[in-house]
Design a protein around this ligand. Structure first.
Ligand code: ATP
Ligand code: MG
Length: 387
């Protein structure tokens, strides 16, 4: 079988000392999973991985796979040859004679000599290849500061040459930080929160609380659509849809109006904690940002935290809405998030929610509702959707 070669640049993983092997093995596994059903072979070298993919795999598929795999800082389709200068010249000629390269007007050559025994210095390799380009393509000039094209040369076990370099998402490979349960609503914030924690290596599952018919099935479809956008970044994402109507109706009829939002959030956190235990998740992730709404004040957060033994990660806690929106746009969730379907919180939300709850009295209100059985039922009727 013939393979196409991709050179993959690693970032933070290369700085790891003791457990770098674990990070690299996970990344290798995640890349292979992404490239299925095509065959691939992956080898690693300092700061790099070399991915050989069945040449039948379309470029767009491989580009999308690598551009959404955390742990990858950049990647490029590359050509390799033995470490002899005349071989390097041959490969360089192939690359610079492609219209992609020579349709530009400025370029530079950038050489990394990882193998210091190679007889030519990086500068000399770049200079020679620069002359090669100038000789073959008179329309091109060298611009070392702001070139339109760069011919990269890396001298390692072999020589590797490439030109079009793509960015990866950075971060750490999904699965290296354990598992977490993301509370995924249809809003702008929680998909961004999921993205940020997956970027730190958490393997996520997602839970959505659905209050049908108060929230329509379109709202559920919207959360599924958001999950599908997130899924490539997560390697794989399972969505648990919890039927939440009975719980909400019970809260509405048993609690003081101003406490309903906080009690509802407490119920969500209780169910999420149980679900997390069933699924081996050791933390909860939410899209809360400090003081964004009443249920996200310091006092409210202290209350919701007190309802679970698990660490609750809130990666957006210190972010402005505008900063969150920027990330939502960048990862492609924004347009779906702003579709106008109600979420269960807005429908049941009181006019004047408590902003600074007293921990003891709100915990007391929770106990008085006597809601554990309903929570158990909701959990039992949870639907699992594989995205
Ligand atoms: P988002 O934009 O993520 O919906 P928000 O600004 O609307 O957040 P809230 O509605 O108070 O804020 O929700 C805070 C967090 O609680 C959300 O980011 C999400 O993690 C979780 N959450 C809220 N509603 C739901 C739901 N129906 N299902 C699952 N999680 C939810
Ligand atoms: Mg919301």
């Amino acid at each position: 079988m013939d393979y196409t070669l991709y050179l993959v640049r690693l970032g933070e993983i290369s700085l790891k000392k003791m457990n770098r092997d674990m990070f690299e093995a996970k990344l290798k596994h995640n890349i292979k999973y992404k490239l299925r059903p095509f065959q691939s072979r992956i080898t690693k070298q300092k700061g790099r991985m070399f991915v050989q993919v069945d040449e039948k795999a379309p470029d767009e598929l491989v580009n999308h796979a690598l551009a959404t795999t955390f742990g990858i800082v950049g990647f490029a389709k590359a050509l390799s040859c033995p470490k002899q200068f005349e071989e390097i010249v041959k490969i360089a000629t192939t690359i610079v004679d492609e219209p992609f390269f020579n349709s530009a007007s400025t370029f530079k050559v950038e050489t990394v000599r990882a193998d210091k025994t190679f007889p030519m210095k990086s500068y000399d390799i770049s200079a020679e290849l620069g002359h090669l380009v100038l000789g073959r393509h008179q329309n091109m000039t060298v611009d070392v500061h702001n070139p339109q094209r760069i011919l990269y040369v890396e001298i390692r076990d072999k020589a590797y040459l490439y030109t079009s370099d793509h960015s990866g998402p950075g971060g750490l490979p999904v699965g290296t930080a354990g598992r977490g349960m993301l509370m995924l609503s249809g809003g702008i914030d929680s998909p961004v929160a999921g993205y940020r924690m997956a970027k730190r290596g958490l393997r996520l599952e997602a839970v959505y609380f659905h209050a049908y018919p108060y929230t329509s099935d379109l709202a559920k479809e919207k959360v599924i659509a958001l999950g599908k956008i997130l899924s490539p970044f997560c390697s794989q994402l399972h969505l648990h849809v919890v039927p939440f109507t009975d719980v909400q109706l019970h809260i509405k009829s048993h609690a003081h109006e101003e406490e309903t939002t906080l009690l509802m959030r407490a119920c969500m956190v209780r169910i999420t904690t149980e679900l997390a235990a069933q699924r081996g998740c050791k933390c909860i992730v939410t899209g809360e940002a400090l003081s964004q709404v009443a249920s996200q004040t310091l006092q409210s957060i202290a209350f919701t935290d007190s309802m679970t033994e698990l660490p609750v990660f809130r990666p957006l806690i210190g972010m402005d809405k505008e900063e969150i929106v920027q990330t939502a746009r960048a990862i492609g969730t924004f347009d779906t998030s702003i579709l106008p379907y109600e979420d269960c919180c807005t429908i049941f939300s009181p006019k004047h929610p408590l902003v600074k709850p007293n921990l003891e009295s709100i915990r007391n209100s929770y106990e008085l509702m006597d809601i554990e059985l309903l929570l158990k039922e909701a959990l039992e009727n949870t639907e699992l959707i594989r995205l």
